[in-house]
Design a binder for this molecule. Sequence first.
Ligand code: GCU
Length: 727
Amino acid sequence: MRTKELWNEGWSFSKDSGFADAEQVSLPHCFNSTDGQDGGNDYFRGTGYYRKEFTRPVLDGDEIWVEFRSVAMVSTVTLNGVELGRHTGGYSTFRFELTPHLQDNNVLVVTANNEYSETYYPQKADFTFYGGIYRDVWLLGVPKEHFQLDHFGGEGFKVTPVVSKDLSSCEVKMEAWISSGTVTFSLQGEEKTAEVRDGKAETSFVIPNPHLWNGKKDPFLYEATAVSSSGDEVSTRFGCRRYEIDPERGFILNNKEYRLAGVSKHQDRWAKGNAVSKEDLKEDMDIVLELGVNTLRLAHYQHDQYFYDLCDEKGIIVWAEIPYITAHMKDGRENTLSQMQELIVQNYNHPSIIVWGLSNEITTQGGVTKDLEENHKLLNVLAHKLDPTRLTTMAHVFILKTKEPIARLTDVSAWNLYYGWYVGDLPQNEKFLDKYHKKYPKAPIGLSEYGADANIQYQTAEPIKGDYTEAYQCLYHEHILEMWSKRPYLWTIYAWNLFDFGADARNEGGKKGQNQKGLVTIDRKTRKDAFYIYKAYFSDEPFVHLCGKRYEKRVEAETELKVYSNQKEVTLYVDGKPVETQKGERIFRFNFELAGSHEIEVRSGELADSMTVQKVEEKPAEYQSETMMVHNWFDVEVKKGYFSLKDAPIRIKRSKEGKAVLDKYYYPMIHGMTERYGDVSSGVKIPKITYTILDFVPLEKLFRMLGSMISLETVEGLGKELPKIRK
Ligand code: GCU
């Protein structure tokens, strides 16, 4: 018989090994829940010490084990001064046996270290590497002969359902690892007992006319159980489905096309860091279901088991991945392999997972090297060996040349494109994808990231790239969804990101310590307007949403009232009177003469949404970042035949004087910029290609983009000097 007890209470925490000034804490606990989200890239990266004093456990079982659902990032566990073991990797389950060292009174000490390292991932990325015992801890009582507990953190029970091509039957292979005896497997009341041979027992069942796991439409789950002759018992849910990814038709589930469109998600939350609760994760899933999408990229690491379970239950297709990210480290290979093995061994039975992601933008620093390629080949082989039933994928950075073989090393691949935000303009996204697909028609391609930051305080009637307004974020997502709807070859798209998240190195768009590309704020309290264009495309729940509620004070005389809805007809009411009815799809735009203050309401049948708008003379300062004001402040002086901020460096530096002015005011700032980007770029030798790309961006556009990263003297200096230089 297996017994378990949640062990989250009665811990003490200190940043001192001697537990000076220790505080009493409950798990989950994160020691960067505040400093990891307040900006400055100065959050504590060191060792957190946790201690639990306890008497001899009274759990049934010959053996007592402790199970950590995850400790970030490197952990050493000692019991009564004896080191039980060490685990590297901040996102996966691991266990140690306590039995041999138990006394009547015991002290368990667990360290959690998130210091910089060259041997494990993540080290350079655009999110906070929170430290702590931030998921549940369990005490387990098991018989001496028990299912494997210390093999890459798995449960020792693997179920492989294979659905026939015609969907008429499903063969279900079951394997369980235990040292001796017999194992009785059961499924739907049918039982089969198998001898243990070489540490494993296996059997298989056939389900005629299986009830398929069919995505959001019908995510049916079966339950399988394994009971050992020694009395240990494990169970797991699984789903019967078959899928493929076709370079022309995209994702196919149970022989039918099933177009994937979704969002990425980190696991952290405001004021909690990664120490979120089951209720928090349940709320996150409710928001995913409200959005209406059918797939999630659970970035950039292994997520909580409970969340993968929710995806199984709700029929949400999942891209799972390890944190092999941004900068390849020659001494990090072992850790990528162990994190990948843990990810697969611990999550193999989830029907929602369809791809294993090997890495994210890993060529950003240092490009493609032999060692990096070799590391990926080993990961690809390992993933296929551990799981021949799933596909592998990678998320490539936009500066990776598409001709690089690594772009097609995995079964499928996808690209992180931010044209229209970091560089270039929106149509370059589909230009890139169409060109790639034309050049590599047999290589399935997806869009693994795209997005724009939006601070819900920033409002405007003239959205432009880099202004951090909700309005620009809406235009961005409208464009991508429109182009996705016309390209069935895209096997998936993932908006970056569903939620704003902690990135302590960031300081832009008027907010420190956060990446604001979320469709929802980090505290889950505010759904930004862009959230509703996804609902308009994907949700069946009838709604009308009036955009711009936070844009109450408007300077323009004629203003646009934009409505997102999944209804076909919307009527505008102003001050209670019907003004105009429009028939259409998803996006409805009404223009309206603004004079004074007005109650605005939009209706569709019983559905309604409303707001107040009022005409003002001056744009409220709080509607835009001070740096945008700076940029609006400098009128870009353009004298015919002379340079100005509207020109790109590539053009300006053709003139000796122009180059001199750039060398004085521009290049030192751009090259110095990496230091201000913290982890994601500190030490990242920005490849020449990026500078080359930046050279083609008109200075004014780039300054809007970089916002507060650009100093005033740079803007003033160039703004004054350039118009003196003849083209
Ligand atoms: C990258 C990266 C993300 C990051 C995002 C951004 O593509 O994969 O982790 O947050 O861009 O810059 O917002």
